[in-house]
Design a protein around this ligand. Structure first.
Ligand code: FMN
Length: 736
């Protein structure tokens, strides 16, 4: 089936059931209640008579006890007991009589009006709106039929896994109840009726029996019911055998069966009263399918919408952060302004579209600079979207974080500011540029913000800055095959700290190669739970070739991989990186996508799992050039996989024949499983490696899989990824 067609089907399946959820639920729940009706009837009215009542005697009784012909139904029970149903002010009332003596008898049980009301609700919503129910039933059948085209049944212990398998197994049953409903509304497979006119009076019970006696040779009667507008159905026995006479003021038609297979299938009376329990099961399954579908849809929406702050905020604190500093400052800014009485929303620009800025009285943007003077990865699509945006009247202020050690100081913040101005935004406070540790500058900027808003500040928490650490190199081991020129030089380094450290795997160690030089961040790939004095790094040696052909080493990586000797001391800084730590919720699954030395933080993630004996579902896709030459930490990873700390391990090698290509190729091959993890199990996706190759490849593959699975346009899928980033469901730690 073509992808596009499948997307259309998925769209129909989802939106028809979401929009009509209340109506579907009403039809299904009332249907479920009605499936008890025949059962209760059976229990209440005692066994049906084995011998029918004499037709002439019954007419005589009716003439005697119901001269006004108000009885709506007649049932003949064992022992010559005749049960008559009267209606008074819309309510049913029952009376029992002895056929032989005409005496009134005590009732065995009281039949309420309840089932009648439910039946009407089921058939016409108590509003004479049978056509609405009919159309809804057509659409319900459409939703049911489309379901199996969307996915093969696969046993997965997820909400959507149950939804899929449940839908497949129950398909015949749920189709049976819904299709028979449609057939009934079309009068297909239901008893043939004699002609009727809209202004006919209702058929009386006694005249109906007499008409049946006159037209055929009906001798015994089991039951009489009003049927459709002005007709009646007389069930009984004639010279041929069991028969039903459909009687109207204009004719009589004899049938062998009543009410017909279609109706008895729909009402669940095809094998006696108790076969209705199958219909009850169908209703429960249908409700279950609707609720699981709705629930998982709602969860997906929620996954993308996580913003913190006040719903009715008129102040927005937006941030664009690469390693979490701007995000932390945005958090503290929001808290301080809220404490001062303002209504504030805080969000990453990854999850915002530029027009949203216009909905706020003031926007405060805290933006860092990454790479060589670029905006952080999470702000790239926002910056692009600003190109065509109209932000006339939008008032904004920027706090730009940076480091003068880099050539393009605070260029990320500058780019965002220029784009906001070009779109028509008005700068409320002049941009403040921060060099290095932002604590003091941020605090001053916050005072300006408060003054601009004309408010005082509540308690202001101090931002936690980077912490100095003194480390001794204890061990350095080359991870790639030194004899293979086709692999990059990568080392594993273990440092020791005299003081215990309370970092998390994924936090950063900032290494400054010299005074005035910019610091370079390295992901920490260990857990203090193994040893609080130890830190593990995985470092690629960066090399540049000069114009004259000589090779120059990267300053920070050269220091780590060459200059430092075992036993030497390194003065570094430890920076918390909460955006790139394992998920807070110890059960929430995680997917780790790593290329080359992007494996660095994940070694710590899985080590933490193993130390805690955690069975959190974890899936790692690692990509590099050659299995033989550069499967970094391969043995350790395979052991963790064997021991169950990694539920799934995929290693792909682009230069091996049949090596599986790149990480994004494996991701694309496993698109179904990937979407199961991400959408149904609410996994967090971590990506670490090169921005241009891995970052963009993963982004494209994710957007494509999402678009196909969810029936979205490429734009919608890209926006959803942005929302995931803002909500911390997609976390990228990339290097240019
Ligand atoms: C890899 C890397 C590249 C950076 N490039 C620049 C740059 O080109 N210009 C600049 O002013 N600051 C640069 N910085 C400094 C950051 O902008 C600064 O540390 C900021 O506080 C980080 O904020 P964040 O954690 O929110 O991303 C760079 C930092 C790192 C780690």
């Amino acid at each position: 089936m073509s992808l596009h067609f499948k997307e259309v089907l998925r769209w129909l399946h989802r939106w028809v059931s979401l929009i009509l959820f209340p109506l579907f639920a009403l039809i299904i729940v009332t249907g479920a209640i009605l499936s008890f009706d025949p059962v209760l009837d059976d229990l209440r009215s005692g066994p049906a008579a084995s011998a029918p009542a004499d037709a002439a005697a019954l007419v005589q009784l009716l003439d005697q006890v119901d001269p006004g012909q108000r009885v709506r139904s007649v049932v003949v029970e064992e022992g010559g007991v005749v049960l008559l149903e009267f209606r008074q002010q819309g309510r049913s009332r029952f009376e029992a009589f002895d056929l032989d003596t005409g005496e009134a008898l005590a009732l065995r049980g009281e039949q309420g009006d309840f089932f009648n009301t439910v039946k009407h609700l089921h058939k016409d919503l108590l509003l004479n709106a049978a056509i609405v129910v009919e159309i809804a039933t057509y659409l319900m059948v459409l939703v049911i039929i489309v379901g199996p085209f969307l996915a093969w049944p696969r046993l997965r212990r997820t909400l959507m896994g149950w939804h899929g398998v449940g839908g497949w197994i129950a398909l015949p049953l749920v189709l049976m109840v819904s299709v028979t409903g449609i057939l009934m509304s079309l009068h297909i497979g239901t008893p043939q009726l004699p002609p009727q006119h809209p202004d006919d009076r209702r058929m009386g019970m006694a005249p109906a029996i007499e008409a049946a006696m006159a037209a055929g040779d009906l001798s015994g009667v089991r039951a009489v019911d009003r049927f459709k507008n002005s007709a009646a159905a007389v069930q009984g026995v004639d010279s041929v055998g069991e028969a039903v006479y459909m009687v109207s003021h204009h004719g009589v038609i004899r049938q062998d069966r009543f009410p017909g297979l279609v109706t008895s299938l729909h009402e669940g009376t095809w094998a006696g009263a108790w076969s209705g329990l199958l219909n009850l099961l169908a209703s429960i399954v249908l409700m279950g399918l609707m609720v699981t579908g709705l629930w998982s849809w709602a969860r997906r929406i929620r996954q993308g919408r996580r913003r913190s702050g006040d719903e009715d905020a008129d102040i927005l604190v937006a941030y664009a952060s690469q390693t979490g500093t701007a995000a932390r400052l945005a958090d503290l800014t929001r808290q301080a302004l809220q404490a001062g009485g303002a209504r504030v929303m805080q969000a990453s620009v990854a999850g915002l579209s530029p027009v949203e800025f216009k909905g706020f009285r003031q926007v405060f943007l805290i933006a860092s600079t990454a790479g060589e003077g670029q905006v952080p990865e999470q702000a790239r699509s926002f910056l692009k979207a600003l190109e065509g945006a109209d932000l006339a009247g939008c008032r904004f202020s920027v706090l730009a974080l940076g480091d003068r050690g880099y050539t393009h100081f605070c260029r990320g913040g500058e780019q965002l500011r220029s784009a906001l101005m070009a779109a028509g935004g008005e700068e409320a406070l002049p941009m403040v540029k921060v060099d290095g540790d932002p604590a003091a500058d941020w605090r001053r900027w916050l005072d300006q913000v408060a003054a601009l808003l004309g408010m005082g500040l509540g308690d202001v928490a101090a931002p936690q800055g980077d912490q100095s650490v003194r480390l001794t190199l204890r061990e350095r081991r080359q991870l790639n095959d030194p004899t293979d020129p086709d692999t990059h030089e990568v080392w594993s380094l273990r440092f020791e700290s005299a003081a215990p450290l309370a970092y998390r795997p994924g936090d950063l160690l900032l290494v400054r190669p010299g005074v005035g030089e910019p610091a370079r961040p390295y992901s920490i790939g260990s857990t203090p739970e193994d040893d609080p004095h130890s830190i593990l790094l995985t470092v690629a040696l960066v090399t540049h070739r000069e114009a004259d052909g000589t090779q120059r080493l990267g300053k920070a990586s050269g220091l780590l991989c060459r200059q430092l000797k075992e036993g030497d001391v390194l003065e570094g800084q430890w920076r918390a990186h909460p955006d790139f730590n394992p998920p807070e919720d110890p059960k929430r699954p995680m997917i780790m996508l790593a290329a080359g030395c992007g494996i660095a933080p994940f070694i710590g993630f899985i080590a933490e799992q193993a130390r805690r004996k955690s069975r959190r579902p974890a899936w790692l896709i690692f990509g590099n050039r050659k299995r033989g030459g550069d499967f970094f930490h391969g043995e350790k990873l395979e052991a963790w996989h064997r021991d169950g700390y990694l539920e799934r391990l995929d290693a792909v090698f682009s230069r091996d024949p049949d090596g599986g290509g790149y990480v994004q190729d494996r991701l694309s091959d496993a698109a179904d499983a990937l979407m199961d993890w991400v959408l149904d199990r609410d996994a967090v996706i971590y990506v670490c490696g090169n921005a241009r190759t891995l970052g963009e490849g993963v982004r494209t593959t994710l957007a494509r899989s999402l678009a196909s699975r969810e029936g979205m346009t490429p734009d919608q899928a890209a926006r959803r990824l942005g929302e995931w980033e803002a909500a911390g469901k997609l976390r990228m730690d990339l290097i240019d």
